[in-house]
Design a protein around this ligand. Structure first.
Ligand SMILES: *Cc1c(COP(=O)(O)O)cnc(C)c1O
Length: 344
């Protein structure tokens, strides 16, 4: 049976071109700075984000953690959205490992933090208070329907932060999707911020890895923090080789996934009982209408029996994520499977 796995874009396998590049990769000991393939990937990532330097890390979680450790000291405070991945899904690593307090303010439905809320959350210079150091944004915003944050909004946040002497970090796990959705470059989206992480292992199809990008001084600190958390890798060029292919071949095609997400949403909207949320990128959430007698679990299980895998326990919502390995035919098959399930 063909499996149509839309639980996440993390399920993407490497492309044949990636496997070939991995096989052929020139390698060295990256902790010594000797791996030419890692060095090439880091230079390429810096170029794409318009930053001075970049660092290859094992995961997005590690990328955010080393960024926070590089920006903040123990007892400092980082302002984060209450629906952010960094707050909800990274085990509170900033607090557990860095002694950094997350100061949460509400994420608006469009994924933004209100500028007034950021402004008000910044601590005064008072011995009772932790020191505010950092504002974190997420682009695209996973829980907020995969919505992209614009360059103009991000610049406004940076302006507020700078006025208080704070820095800005962007969790750009899917920032290449944001750039594709908005029709701009990644560099434009992060021009005014101090650091950005993005995932190679999601829609960009790599088996492993994320990048952290920022100034040379910041990346030097992030590199120290990576070693601290056990993330110094040796012949990592095997993995980095896939990242180079991702940036050259996969990043330019992400708009196709967005088009398929829209098509899936349009089709679902025509099925009685299904209510899709607006689609902004490759992530589609949907819910059951009031009065539908089936449970989310029943629907997830019935779809799985037909080879269609998606998540059904996301705060009562379903989530389907489009990616490289999902074709137009898969989208149509999924719609037919959903019709069968809802009408049975
Ligand atoms: C997936 C994700 C991460 C973490 O990436 P991992 O590689 O899974 O650790 C961070 N932020 C966002 C928004 C994500 O979607």
């Amino acid at each position: 049976m063909r499996i149509i796995d839309m639980r996440s874009d993390t399920v993407t396998h490497p492309t044949p071109e990636m496997r070939e590049a991995m096989y052929r990769a020139e390698v060295g000991d990256d902790v010594f700075g000797d791996d030419p393939t890692v060095n090439r990937l880091e230079a390429l990532a810096a170029e794409h984000t318009g930053k001075e330097a970049a660092l290859f890390v094992a995961s997005g979680t590690m990328g955010n953690l080393v960024s926070l450790l590089a920006h903040c000291g123990r007892g400092d405070e980082a302002i984060v959205g209450d629906k952010s991945h960094t707050l909800l899904f990274e085990q509170g690593g900033m607090a557990a490992l860095g002694g950094i307090t997350p100061r949460t303010i509400p994420n608006q439905p469009d994924g933004t933090l209100r500028l007034e809320d950021i402004d008000k959350a910044v601590r005064a210079d008072d011995p009772h208070f932790p020191r505010s150091r950092l504002v974190c944004l997420e682009n695209t915003h996973n829980v907020c329907n995969g919505v992209p944050l614009t360059a103009a909004y991000t610049a406004q946040v940076a302006q507020v932060a700078r006025a208080h002497g704070l820095r800005v970090h962007v969790d750009g796990a899917r920032i290449f999707n944001a750039a594709a959705a908005l029709g701009v470059t990644v560099a434009e989206l992060v021009r005014e911020v101090d650091s950005v992480t993005f995932c190679l292992s999601k829609g960009l199809c790599c088996p492993v890895g994320s990048m952290v990008c920022g100034s040379t001084a910041f990346i030097a600190e992030a590199r120290r923090a990576r070693k601290l958390v056990g993330g110094g890798m040796r012949q990592a060029g095997i993995l980095a080789a896939a990242g180079i292919v991702a940036l050259e071949q996969i990043a330019p095609r992400l708009g196709e996934d967005h088009a398929r997400a829209r098509r899936l949403a349009e089709g679902l909207a025509e099925i009685p009982g299904i209510e899709p949320a607006p689609v902004h990128s490759n992530i589609l959430y949907f819910a059951l209408a009031e009065g539908v007698s089936k449970t989310n679990d029943e629907i997830v299980d019935a779809l799985a029996a037909q080879g269609v895998w998606l998540l059904g326990r996301e705060n009562g919502r379903f989530r389907a994520v489009l990616h490289y390995w999902i074709s137009d035919a898969d989208v149509e098959f999924t719609l037919q499977a959903m019709r069968d399930v809802m009408l049975s």
